[in-house]
Design a binder for this molecule. Sequence first.
Ligand code: GDP
Ligand code: IMO
Ligand code: MG
Length: 426
Amino acid sequence: MKADVLLGLQWGDEGKGKIVDVLTPKYNVIARFQGGPNAGHSLKFGNISHVLHTIPSGIFHEDKINLIGNGVVIDPVVLKKEIDKLTEMGVDVSKNLFISKKAHLILPTHKLIDAASEQAKGKTKIGSTLKGIGPTYMDKTGRNGLRVGDTLQDTFLQQYDKLVQKHKQILSFYNFEYDLEPLQEEWMKSIDFLRQLNLIDSEHAVNKYLNENKSVLAEGAQGTLLDIDFGSYPYVTSSNTITAGACTGLGIAPNKIGEVFGIFKAYCTRVGNGPFPTELLDETGEQIRKAGHEFGATTGRPRRCGWLDLPALKYAIMINGVTQLIMTKADVLGEFDTIKVCTHYEINGEKIDYMPYDLVNVEVKPIYKELPGWKADLTQMHSADELPQALHHYIEYLENELKVPVTIVSVGPDRSQTIIREKSLV
Ligand code: GDP
Ligand code: IMO
Ligand code: MG
């Protein structure tokens, strides 16, 4: 059996959590492969609205295995809070949540360094979620990090102290005040809690599942345009958010990847700083933000909004080897007379239809095609033939440009507000 991957094609928040939850019944295993509590994946069904940060979005289906892979960075304090909340809701994670011993730990000092570094950058700050992601991945690649499996070793406290000493030195370079004591106390308590969970050799487990013909869905966090290598560097996150990240973040060989579901909003959003060619700083942007409730699921920050960007989307499809597209939030554009799609960028008078090396230091003028709006409330529609003609036209236009079928259209945040366009493919 091959593992399927679902990941974001934009700057995150494309609706990954919702769609993973919708697809979970078709899979045995849902596995997160990168990122950490910078992610906020929202799920909605019945009267439950819930945001997950570290735990895979299959957790509400009790017979499914949920796995946090080696590529993920874990803040045990956040993880404990997430589990406590789920327990209160009657979800028992003791049998179906598994955590890689090779996943790296976010220390309280990683969060402090994240905050100190952002403060020092001033105007050029990344707009990090301040969850300690960058500093933790830096220690991972710098070969100084602490891993979940280390918590089971007698030397754990010494290892912890050694790393914290290093962090204190780093912090002394910044003009940054902090009180580590209370943070450390809570962290250590959460480590005791973490030790009681199912800590496993996840790469062996995932390959065993695949060999036993169990179906695996790898759940991405963030989005392709925030990828450390291919995103709008340096305004990116610190992990590989792309399909290749599912290989390294779970231990799945590239030839064992099956379908790649690329998810995108019918428009674009971005939280934090960095280039955003189609950003709308006007009434229209405000209208999209309002209609789409575009506020961060992790930080509550307003999301920047703009029109769909085809050069960026084509790039993301290429990097990820997307086999199926999923379009979310089509309902949000229900009141517009016309809808714009960026087909090209104009840079220094030159018209291009691909992602250039640099978006940060150049002025990019988006060139738009205008399509008719569908002017309809989609939120109560349940099948593809109910969808308005203008929306079919919009989707067919995109399919034609992107050369990949749109198999799912999401028309609201609830599980039930999901339209399968091509049943044979999903
Ligand atoms: P993720 O990080 O990719 O999982 O996405 P987020 O959960 O951060 O943000 C997506 C937001 O849009 C959440 O509030 C979802 O409940 C909501 N959402 C998802 N799909 C749809 C949709 O098709 N229509 C509308 N209106 N909201 C959606
Ligand atoms: P999900 O999984 C949207 C953004 C931050 C910032 C940049 C770096 O919910 O789609 P970091 O804390 O990773 O160092 O921040 O990346 N960012 C996200 N934006 N959705 C996310 O996750 C994000 N995770 C990080 O806003 O610009
Ligand atoms: Mg999110």
